[in-house]
Design a binder for this molecule. Structure first.
Ligand code: SAM
Length: 277
């Protein structure tokens, strides 16, 4: 089958699937299978595909049609200009989380940050991205999930980092010491909202990365409670939040100087709580 025919058939196959962007995805899938960029598909549209590629192509389209996210199918995703391993046991990094990196970068540039802990590292994208930039800072990434720990370790290896340790811990249970930054993008979706999420999320992403309890604030509350013990004087608490949670976080962070940062869609996305006067 020629490339152009395979693309057309793929497009027809995915056409009525609610959760796909068929035009983009069929090209992305085929170009990855051929290990070429997407422009190759146009310049070589009459090239014949061999059976192995075709089988794999339609197999992936079938998984997509059922709602499986492409990132899990490929086992990799892009975040902040770098590629990370991920699998179906960790949350797929969201573009919004790049705002966290921007915020953390600013804090690092304006302060002498020696230590950083992330609660709930998932795939490890945030800690690994930051540890890769700030090689003299000591990073600690913790998660309650063995899968997340394994995934974070794989990404640390991918970027050859020696300034980051990974711990299995239920929140701060296995953590000692003080940190200049405590960062978390915890599960923050209200339990009763989970059923309403799109199939790709609720049927494929791990529940312990999503469910933030009855009011979505369980993890923020717990982390803020422990921060007293684990945050350095003048330290920063940084959270990614749901777009409607800024007021709740301001309430929970009454003892801190609070700043709320918006994402590119102008929605509240990150909260900074600065300890100090
Ligand atoms: C929303 S995900 C964020 C993952 C990653 N930081 C990111 O931004 O893509 C939340 C993470 O918190 C972890 N988690 C859930 N409960 C936890 C707990 N009690 N202690 C530590 N980590 C926890 C989950 O396993 C999950 O990896």
């Amino acid at each position: 089958m020629e490339i152009r025919v395979a693309l057309k058939e793929g497009l027809n196959y995915l056409e009525n699937s609610k959760y796909t962007n068929p035009f983009f995805e069929v090209r992305l899938i085929l170009s990855r299978l051929l290990d070429k960029d997407m422009s190759y598909l146009i310049s070589h549209d009459k090239e014949n595909l061999n059976d192995d590629i075709l089988n794999e192509y339609f197999n992936i389209l079938n998984r997509r049609k059922n709602g499986e996210p492409l990132q899990y199918i490929f086992g990799e995703t892009e975040f902040y200009g770098n590629t990370f391993y991920i699998d179906e046991n960790v949350l797929i990094p969201r573009d919004d989380t790049e705002i966290s990196i921007e915020v953390l970068n600013k804090i690092f540039k304006e302060n002498n940050i020696k230590s950083f802990v992330e609660i709930g590292s998932g795939s490890g994208i945030v800690s690994v991205t930051m540890a890769n930039i700030y090689r003299d800072t000591k990073f600690t990434a913790v998660d309650i999930s063995d899968y997340a720990i394994k995934n974070t370790l794989k990404n640390i290896k991918r970027y050859n980092l020696e300034n980051i340790e990974v711990l299995k811990s239920n929140l701060f249970e296995n953590i000692t010491g003080k940190y200049d930054i405590i960062y978390s993008n915890p599960p923050y979706i209200r339990t009763d909202e989970i059923e309403k999420l799109q199939v790709e999320v609720k049927d494929y992403e791990p529940m312990n990365a999503l469910d933030g309890g009855i009011d979505g604030l369980y993890f923020y509350r717990e982390i803020i409670k422990s921060a007293k013990e684990f945050l350095s004087d003048d330290g920063y608490l940084v959270f990614e939040i749901g777009h409607d949670q800024a007021d709740d976080l301001k309430n929970l962070l009454k003892d801190y100087n609070v700043e709320v940062i918006k994402d590119l869609s102008n929605r509240d996305r990150v909260v900074i709580g600065k300890k100090g006067e």
